[in-house]
Ligand binder design. Structure first.
Ligand code: AMP
Length: 299
């Protein structure tokens, strides 16, 4: 089953205690799609500027990702710059330049309109809605967002949330969005908006699932190599939805397994800057880490 992912395609400038890198490959759709592509056939919708290096397209194609929904517009690619301190759960944004994203009118190619597994990665919620409007029979729609859109496009964001089956947010975002410091209360408020499942990502503290009367808590991988947490949330989501699409099973039990797959993919992505670790990642390494997860969560 194909996974359709829409989100940002970006060039990030990132500073962590382990170094500073300028204009490296990033963006929510990029991190999510590369991660999903390890599990299922993946197609991407997004926009890049004329300055977007060809080698990055070659990387997407090497992962067999369908790039027919990517537009190249004259102008500069989206740029995000941020830094992390020793508490790497918290990204600090220095600057966001939407550039060609502000001109983007997403068009889903005809052959992808019947996609069943859809991930609306972090992007202007008005654009997330435009993509949703073009789909004919989505079976599972998951979405993500961030403080930038919570602060600037709240109304549109609520519309996306009401149409999503699964909302993924990090702990800081859900607290901000639901205006409460209490995560279970924030999750309950989101469920009241009509969402079936809420997944809250807590960085090095794992992920929590809330659904009608159901709660599940997954630990994070005990990360001994952590150089750049950028894209952890997106690679989590990509692995999560990729696994659901591959198995075609959206039962509660399988959603729990998908959370472990998502956590595994995120744990690899943060081992190096940008998507560098994903470039060398092998399927056997993924299975071995999932097995480790199984061992340390069993009691
Ligand atoms: P995360 O998985 O939350 O760490 O997401 C990281 C990616 O989100 C980075 O590679 C950025 O390019 C991208 N990003 C940052 N701000 C925004 C935004 N306002 N809209 C869309 N994508 C963004």
């Amino acid at each position: 089953m194909t996974v359709l992912i829409v989100g940002s395609i970006g060039l990030d400038t990132i500073e962590t205690p382990f170094g500073k890198k300028k204009d490296i490959l990033g963006g929510s759709a990029i991190h999510a799609s590369i991660s999903a592509s390890f599990h299922a056939k993946t197609a991407m919708i997004g926009v890049a500027g004329s300055d977007f290096p060809k080698e990055h397209f070659d990387f997407l194609k090497s992962k067999n990702i369908d790039v027919s929904g990517i537009q190249i517009l004259p102008g500069e690619t989206f740029r995000w710059s941020g830094y992390y301190e020793y508490d790497m759960n918290q990204a600090h944004t220095k600057d966001t330049k939407l550039n060609v994203i502000s001109l983007f009118d997403p068009r889903v190619p005809d052959k992808l309109k019947d996609a069943e597994y859809v991930f609306l990665a972090n992007l202007d919620p008005k654009l997330q809605l435009k993509v949703l409007d073009q789909l004919t029979k989505p079976k599972l729609v998951a979405m993500d967002t961030m403080n930038f859109w919570i602060e600037t496009k709240r109304e549109a964001l609520e519309k996306v949330i009401k149409r999503a089956d699964i909302v993924l947010m990090n702990d800081g975002e859900v607290r901000q969005f639901m205006e409460t410091p209490n995560i279970p209360v924030a999750a309950a408020k989101l469920l009241k908006l009509g969402v079936k499942t809420v997944i809250i990502k807590k960085g090095e503290h794992g992920a929590l699932l809330f659904s009608d009367g159901v709660h599940f808590s997954a630990p994070a991988y005990p990360q001994d190599i952590l150089r750049d947490p950028t894209g952890a949330g997106d690679s989590f989501a990509g692995g999560f939805i990729g696994y659901l699409a591959k198995t075609g099973d959206i039962s509660q039990a399988n959603i729990r397994r998908a959370i472990i797959i998502g956590s595994t993919m995120a744990s690899f992505n943060v081992e190096d800057f940008s998507l560098d670790r994903m470039k060398s990642l092998r399927p056997e390494e993924i299975s071995a880490r999932v097995e480790e997860f199984r061992r340390f969560t069993e009691f």
